[in-house]
Ligand binder design. Structure first.
Ligand SMILES: [Zn+2]
Length: 352
């Protein structure tokens, strides 16, 4: 569910075409050309203004959570114990992810304190104290308890898709195979990459699911082809808004470099469902498009003029994230996002 953006297989489907005649070749080529134009047109449309992931904070009135889940979450962030051999094998298995995102920190199986700090601040700013964040940790038994405690998701979903997702995590552990993701049935974020923006993206999924009255159904429809584009866009747009709120040009630049190709994998996969014979080139095309648009947007972030631009009309009021008012069970006043109200690398005071 809401799997990490790098959790895709680069060469998932064969795209070999059976060419048994000149006419077949000709029609195949014209089909390819038409498809290429069609796909290019869609990408061009998505790139209009070069900001398909326009900053849009997820509006939250309240979180649908429960006391049991909240109690089962302390501490909010946990780390797996060090296992150098296993993590080295995991690093190697994660090479395709590193290539897709063009970032060696993908599926690194080590999360630096700097990355954790950015994540902790996001948790703090959004009051996500009911979500467990496992940093390179394998804990299916504990997650089983979390699944049972997560009454905010209907039991019908928890004991079907929830059990299946948990079984998948137990049998194909991310600790070895990587794949940052959020599991809405256990209410747990699993992180294996040392990329702050990815941790924010997965946390944004948690924020998105937590505000929904029917998170199980929202998770189930993620399995329908093309639909994930919606979930992914909601999460990534929240991250872009948050990065702008932080006011850290380097982090915002990195955000574009990672979020766009990651989104491109979903665009490519969605296109591939319509043209299964061309699934692989479409998938790769989506990634390349993401890198191109991401680099372009990143190049527009100028550290020299950043502060003046972000403090100006560009940020206000459209990009200011909405305030998180309160959780249904957590009686606390949560900080309101205000542009420039806090420094970029403020140390979080999250109680974990
Ligand atoms: Zn995602």
């Amino acid at each position: 569910m809401a799997q990490g953006c790098a959790h895709k297989t680069l060469f998932s489907n064969g795209s070999a075409t059976c060419i048994d005649g000149l006419s077949r070749l000709s029609s195949d080529l014209s089909m390819r050309t038409a498809l290429l134009w069609c796909f290019s047109g869609v990408l061009l449309l998505l790139s209009s203004g070069c900001h398909v992931l326009t900053p849009q904070p997820i509006p939250v009135d309240k979180y649908f959570t429960c006391d049991e889940q909240l109690q089962a979450t302390k501490p909010v962030i946990e780390r797996g114990r060090e296992m150098p051999v296993l993590d080295t094998v995991g690093w190697i298995i994660g090479i395709p992810s590193k290539i897709i995102l063009w970032d060696s920190r993908a599926d690194r199986h080590y999360i630096s304190p700097e990355t954790e700090q950015v994540l902790a601040k996001y948790i703090d700013d959004n009051g996500l104290y009911h979500v467990k964040f496992r940093l390179n940790q394998y804990a299916p038994i504990q997650d089983w308890h979390r699944l049972r405690a997560n009454k905010s998701v209907g039991w019908g979903w928890r004991y079907t898709l929830g059990v299946l997702s948990l079984a998948g995590e137990a049998i194909l552990p991310g600790r070895l195979f990587g794949g940052d993701h959020y599991n809405p049935y256990t209410g747990t974020v699993h992180i294996y990459s040392d990329i702050p923006v990815i941790t924010l993206h997965e946390a944004a999924h948690a924020k998105d699911f937590s505000r929904r009255k029917y998170p199980g159904t929202y998770g189930a429809i993620y399995l329908i082809p093309v639909v994930p584009l919606w979930h992914e866009s909601v999460a990534s747009r929240d991250v872009v808004a948050y990065l702008q709120y932080l006011g850290n040009p380097a982090l915002e630049k990195e955000g574009y470099h990672v979020l766009y190709p990651a989104y491109g994998t979903y665009v490519g996969s969605a296109a591939g469902t319509f043209f299964p014979d061309y699934a692989n080139p479409l998938y790769i095309g989506g990634i390349l498009w993401g890198h191109a648009v991401g680099r372009w947007n990143g190049s527009q972030v100028n550290p020299e003029t950043y502060r003046s631009v972000r403090d100006g009309d560009v940020m206000s009021p459209h990009f200011v994230p909405s305030p998180v008012q309160e959780s249904t069970t957590v009686d606390q006043s949560l900080p309101i996002y205000e542009n420039g109200a806090q420094s970029a690398n403020a140390v979080s005071s999250i109680p974990y």
